[in-house]
Ligand binder design. Structure first.
Ligand SMILES: Cc1cc2nc3c(=O)[nH]c(=O)nc-3n(C[C@H](O)[C@H](O)[C@H](O)COP(=O)(O)O)c2cc1C
Length: 330
C-alpha cells in the first residue's frame, strides 16, 4: 500500500513540476513565502542580519556620496538621521563592532567634508552625529579611499581578456585532492564582487566529505558522467534577511555576481570548476538545505563542482555568440 502511495506521490510531483505550469506557480509562492518571512520592510527588522544589511546599505549612501566628484553640501540629512537612530539602537544591543566603527568613520569623514566646505558644525543635527561618533577608533573601514592611478595600473597588468577566455567549464578533473586553503583563497578574492548597497549577502558552503557531496550531486542531477570526478563541491547561497521590498530578484543577481567572481577566482588559483544549476522544484531545494546544512533563510544560487586540473583534458567548446548579437549601441 505504502509503495503505491509513494509511486502516486512521485507521479503527482512529476505532473506538477514537469508537465504543467503549476510547478512554476508553486515555486514562486515558495519564494514569496520565504521572502516575506525573512526580508525586512519599512525599516523594521526581524533579525540581526537584516539590521546589518540595512545599516550597511544606509551608511553606504553616505560613503558613496562622499566619493562623488562634487558632493552636494549637506547631502543626505534625512538618510543620516535614520542611520543614526538605527545605529544607536544596534550599538546598544551588540556593542561597538566593526560595522559601527565603519559607520562612525564614515560619519567623521562626512563632518570633515562639511567643515572643509565652511559649513558650521553646530545645531542638533551635527551634535547628534558628533555625540554618536564620540571617540571612535580610526581604522580604514568606512568612508572613502584615495587611489593612485600608477599604483592601480600595477595591479591591472594581468591580461584580463586572455585570462577570461582561458576559462572553460571542466567536467573531467584529476583525482588529486583540492586543498581547502586554496578554496579559501578563491572565496577571499570572490568577495570583492559588487552587491546591492554593499550588502554582501552571499555565502560559499564548501563540502569536503565524499558521501555528502554525492548526496547533494544526486539531488542536483545535472552531473551525470562526471559525478565521481568532482573532488569538492561549493554551494553558493544568498541570505534573504539582507533584502527588502522589491528586492526579490536581487537575491539572485547578487548571488550570480558573486558566483561569477568565484568561478574566475578558482580559475586564477588553478582550480577547475563547473557551475551546476539549482533550477529545480522547491522540494529539492529543501532537500539540498537539509543534506547540505543550509539555513531556511538562504536561497540557492548554484552549485560549483571543482577539482584539480589534469595534464590533458577536453572541454566543450560552448561557442559564444557574436558581438553584434549581444550588443545594441543606442
Ligand atoms: C548557473 C549555471 C548552471 C549550470 N548548470 C550546469 C549543469 O547542471 N551541468 C553542467 O554540466 N553544466 C552546467 N553549467 C555549465 C554551462 O553548461 C556552461 O557554463 C556553458 O555551456 C558555457 O560554457 P563555459 O562555461 O565553458 O564557457 C551551468 C552554468 C551556469 C552558469
Amino acid at each position: 500500500m505504502s509503495e503505491i502511495i509513494t509511486k502516486l506521490k512521485l507521479k503527482i510531483h512529476a505532473l506538477i513540476f514537469w508537465q504543467t505550469s503549476l510547478g512554476d506557480i508553486a515555486n514562486n509562492i515558495y519564494g514569496l513565502k520565504l521572502f516575506y518571512k525573512y526580508s525586512f520592510k519599512n525599516n523594521s527588522f526581524k533579525s540581526k542580519e537584516s539590521e546589518i544589511a540595512f545599516l550597511t546599505k544606509q551608511y553606504h549612501i553616505v560613503e558613496k556620496g562622499l566619493a562623488l566628484p562634487n558632493p552636494r553640501l549637506g547631502f543626505g540629512k534625512q538618510k543620516i538621521i535614520l542611520l543614526l537612530d538605527k545605529s544607536k539602537k544596534y550599538e546598544e544591543k551588540y556593542g561597538e563592532d566593526k560595522l559601527i566603527i565603519s559607520i562612525k568613520n564614515c560619519l567623521s569623514e562626512y563632518i570633515e567634508f562639511n567643515k572643509k566646505n565652511n559649513i558650521k558644525i553646530e545645531g542638533s543635527y551635527f551634535d547628534s552625529i558628533l555625540s554618536f561618533i564620540g571617540l571612535s577608533k580610526q581604522q580604514e573601514l568606512g568612508g572613502t579611499l584615495s587611489i593612485n592611478k600608477n599604483e592601480l595600473k600595477k595591479n591591472m597588468s594581468l591580461p584580463f581578456e586572455s585570462f577570461v577566455k582561458s576559462r572553460f567549464s571542466i567536467r573531467d578533473f584529476s583525482s588529486e585532492d583540492v586543498d581547502v586553503e586554496t578554496i579559501k583563497r578563491a572565496v577571499n578574492i570572490a568577495k570583492h564582487a559588487p552587491s546591492v548597497c554593499n550588502r554582501q549577502s552571499w555565502k560559499a558552503h564548501v563540502y569536503t566529505k565524499e558521501e555528502q557531496i554525492l548526496s547533494l550531486l544526486k539531488i542536483q542531477g545535472g552531473n551525470n558522467g562526471f559525478t565521481k570526478s568532482i573532488n569538492k563541491l561549493i554551494i553558493v547561497t544568498t541570505n534573504i534577511k539582507a533584502f527588502t521590498t522589491l528586492e526579490n530578484n536581487q537575491i539572485f543577481i547578487d548571488g550570480g555576481l558573486f558566483s561569477m567572481n568565484l568561478v574566475l577566482a578558482l580559475h586564477s588559483q588553478g582550480i577547475g570548476a563547473c557551475c551546476l544549476n539549482t533550477c529545480f522544484p522547491f522540494t529539492s531545494e529543501k532537500n539540498v538545505k537539509s543534506v547540505g546544512n543550509i539555513d531556511a533563510n538562504e536561497r540557492l544560487i548554484m552549485m560549483i563542482g571543482i577539482g584539480n586540473i589534469k595534464d590533458n583534458y577536453k572541454v566543450a567548446i560552448s561557442k559564444k555568440k557574436d558581438l553584434n548579437e549581444i550588443i545594441k549601441i543606442n
